[in-house]
Design a protein around this ligand. Structure first.
Ligand code: HEC
Length: 435
């Protein structure tokens, strides 16, 4: 009897000890995240392409830099303002979506909430292998404007062009391309065209000298392919292995710059860095566009819709999107219109003029000749749009930011021997709605 009671008591004591133990376990708080172990790897992966010395935003590379911005960092990641990404997550998957995972957001916010601890510098992640001055690998070649473009302190600046000879003696396939202005704050956007040696475009203009449309005797239109587009917040072009842009031997780059006066005179000498493909790719990348330049946005209209559509003249694999509007832009969509009329959204973005991004499909999408693509843009020309330069004006297509644009650029991959001109040849005619 006694011994049995003792046994029961022993069990009860054991159970109590066990319960106590597990209570202690569940109450034990995980160690506070530290900069070197937990936060630095996230900053390296998701922030330092822009937040490092020489890039567009203040540096977040050292502990001191990150700690001094700790509250703002927390705020920016919790609200998903940083890193910038404007695609509606309900549509499409994108290879270059830089968004932090929920766990990463939690790590950063816990780090700040628990004192932004430094931790052990020996835990430091290996520094990112970054090329100074570039966000691509060290370029195989850098083509710089031969002459700097003088920029006035005030007033509109017409689109400025400069022809930069490549002097390539053989054909080149480009895997990565990046545009670097020397005076970034003055650049509103830039487009780099590839002018092959047999093109007649701008042949009457000497290379290596800046000029504007006003300097030309007549307007010039081009079917030259685009190498890169540069705009606020945009990242360099990196095409996946097996797909590349083609620069024929003897081509020139024609750089179109849209500069803005910033209140002080300056000059800019833009460079283009190129990394060549290791071997000729199976596919060539072409940049096409859906454009509508016929719209009139009424004054005060807060949700004005403009659309453009076109059918692909030949098979192509859809790779990426790059929408372009100005200050009155509000939303932009790309859709695929099926033959039964069904509309399949491919990308929906909230427009932010400051963040003109490329959206690269996680899975490239093969499309048949005849596929109809649609781009739809919405504009807010009301006084509620804080960026609206003048809600009393009717707005049409134009070069300056107080005018508007509606361009849905998109990249496709086609067979390596197809150039833009051949792509649009359809049964002997070249009339193509999407160009
Ligand atoms: C595509 C480039 C880019 C990336 C990637 C990026 N930022 Fe930024 N960030 C900027 C620019 C540009 C600014 C404005 C800088 C200025 O005003 O000097 C900015 C501003 C900020 C600010 C200032 C407060 C604010 O909200 O404006 C914080 C904080 C910040 N970024 C944190 C981050 C963090 C953390 C990451 C990574 C998780 C990140 N950024 C990724 C470009 C970027």
């Amino acid at each position: 009897m006694n011994s049995r009671r003792a046994f029961v008591i022993a069990i009860v004591t054991l159970a109590a000890a066990f319960l106590q133990n597990s209570a202690a376990l569940s109450q034990s708080v995980p160690p506070a995240p530290t900069f070197y172990r937990d936060v630095q790897p996230i900053l390296q992966k998701r922030c330092q392409s822009c937040h490092r010395p020489g890039e567009m935003a203040f540096a977040l590379t050292t502990y001191e830099e990150a700690a001094s911005h700790a509250r703002a960092i927390r705020e920016s990641v919790v609200t998903k303002k940083m890193p910038p990404w404007l695609a509606d997550r309900n549509y499409g998957h994108f290879a270059n979506d830089p968004s932090l995972s929920p766990d990463e957001i939690k790590t950063v916010s816990n780090w700040v909430d628990r004192g932004a601890k430094e931790g052990n510098p020996h835990n430091t992640a290996a520094p990112l292998r970054q090329t100074e001055g570039w966000n691509i690998r060290t370029p195989d070649t850098v083509l710089e404007m031969p002459k700097a473009v003088p920029l006035p302190a005030r007033g509109d600046i017409d689109y400025t062009y400069e022809i930069v000879p490549t002097r390539f003696s053989e054909d080149r396939w480009v895997q990565m391309a990046e545009l670097r202005p020397s005076s970034r704050e003055h650049v509103h956007h830039a487009v780099v065209y590839i002018r092959p040696p047999d093109s007649k475009w701008l042949r009457n203009v000497p290379p290596g000298v800046p000029f504007t449309h006003g300097d030309l005797t007549h307007a010039q239109w081009t079917d030259s392919d685009i190498l890169i587009i540069y705009a606020p917040g945009s990242s360099p072009e990196v095409w996946e292995p097996g797909k590349a842009k083609f620069i024929p031997a003897g081509s020139d780059l024609v750089i179109q710059m849209h500069y803005m006066a910033m209140g002080h005179a300056a000059s800019d000498r833009t460079s283009v860095g190129l990394v060549f493909a290791k071997q000729p790719p199976a596919q060539r990348v072409l940049t096409l566009q859906l454009t509508n330049d016929h719209f009139v946005i009424p004054s005060q209209d807060s949700d004005y819709r403009v659309e453009a559509r076109g059918s692909l003249p030949n098979d192509a694999t859809l790779l990426s999107f790059f929408p372009h509007m100005h200050w009155r832009g509000k939303r932009f969509e790309y859709n695929l219109i099926h033959t039964d009329g069904r509309i399949e959204p491919l990308l929906k973005v909230r427009w932010d003029f400051e963040w003109q991004l490329t959206y690269v499909l996680a899975t490239p999408r093969p499309l048949k000749a005849g596929t109809v693509l649609q781009a739809v843009a919405w504009y807010d020309n009301s006084r509620n749009n804080p960026h609206n330069p003048d809600p009393t004006q009717e707005v049409r297509w134009g070069e300056q930011t107080y005018d508007e644009m509606m361009v849905g650029f998109f990249d496709v991959a086609v067979a390596a021997d197809i150039d833009k001109w051949k792509y649009f040849l359809r049964g002997g005619t070249s009339g193509a709605p999407a160009h």
